[in-house]
Design a protein around this ligand. Sequence first.
Ligand SMILES: Nc1ncnc2c1ncn2[C@@H]1O[C@H](COP(=O)(O)OP(=O)(O)O)[C@@H](O)[C@H]1O
Ligand SMILES: [Mg+2]
Length: 289
Amino acid sequence: MEHEHHHEGEVIIQASDLSVSRGGTIVLDNINLTIRQGDIVALVGPNGSGKTTLIMAILGLLQPTKGTVEILGHDSKKMKFDGKIGWVSQAAANLPKNIRITVRELVTLGVLSTNSLIPFRRKKKDTQKKVDEALRIVGLQDVADVDIYRLSGGQRQRAVIGRALASNPEILVFDEPLVGVDRASRNSLLKLLDELCHKENKTLLMVSHDLPAIRQSAHRVIYLDLVHDNDCCSGGIHYDGPTDQFPDLVGLAALRGIRNVHEGASPVVTSHGESSPVVIISGGLKEEE
Ligand SMILES: Nc1ncnc2c1ncn2[C@@H]1O[C@H](COP(=O)(O)OP(=O)(O)O)[C@@H](O)[C@H]1O
Ligand SMILES: [Mg+2]
């Protein structure tokens, strides 16, 4: 089977020899990662394995101790976001309750910073069009003028996704976007993300614990984990390959407690075409349905 992440699309994200420390501990150790246009990549791993850290480093929001990240060929630290990247941070939907803002206003924030050079009149019409489109995509037209604090958790999550989509970004970077989203909304969102990637060639990097959702949508899974050596630990990629070869919960359970399966594990092909052992630590993922 030809795996979709081996396609030759334009390189969108390139992390090279990337190491990142947090609070004096190396969280990511020598990460090499290539994400191409149209990829739908799920980033998984136990709590604390560095998923958010990797996202922040990719976005240039955390200073690496070593290595570089390029987005569309530019050093991500020096890059202006300029609407090219739609980012939903972890817990983005936990908006402060004391701020009264409607769904439409929230989504509008996603466009405002990106078109400041366009003359005001055109800008206003243009902004409205983009906001309406984003509201339609996330299915919140009917509550556009409702205060966000009155929405359900799932609706609020869709509102922050709407904000991320409003500038029509090429790259979507979502950190646990499905938390608190009910099943029906989750399915429509996954369908939407799938369409954005397949029809409009957008690129999606999504952190999720939701294995069914990942199996439904991602082409490729990247599994992050910490390796505990004798006296130190460092984190890195322990699986990077097609979604359909990522172990299911039965596979994970069979490996429970086993930290390193160098022997006897079927080698998996990484995105670079090399073989690498699968290393699994239990926990951090949930399989339902
Ligand atoms: N602001 C911070 N200061 C120090 N350590 C942090 C900070 N944020 C996260 N960490 C540590 O970095 C590691 C990775 O965290 P994180 O990237 O948030 O993991 P994940 O998103 O996979 O749950 C954890 O050990 C966490 O305790
Ligand atoms: Mg996180």
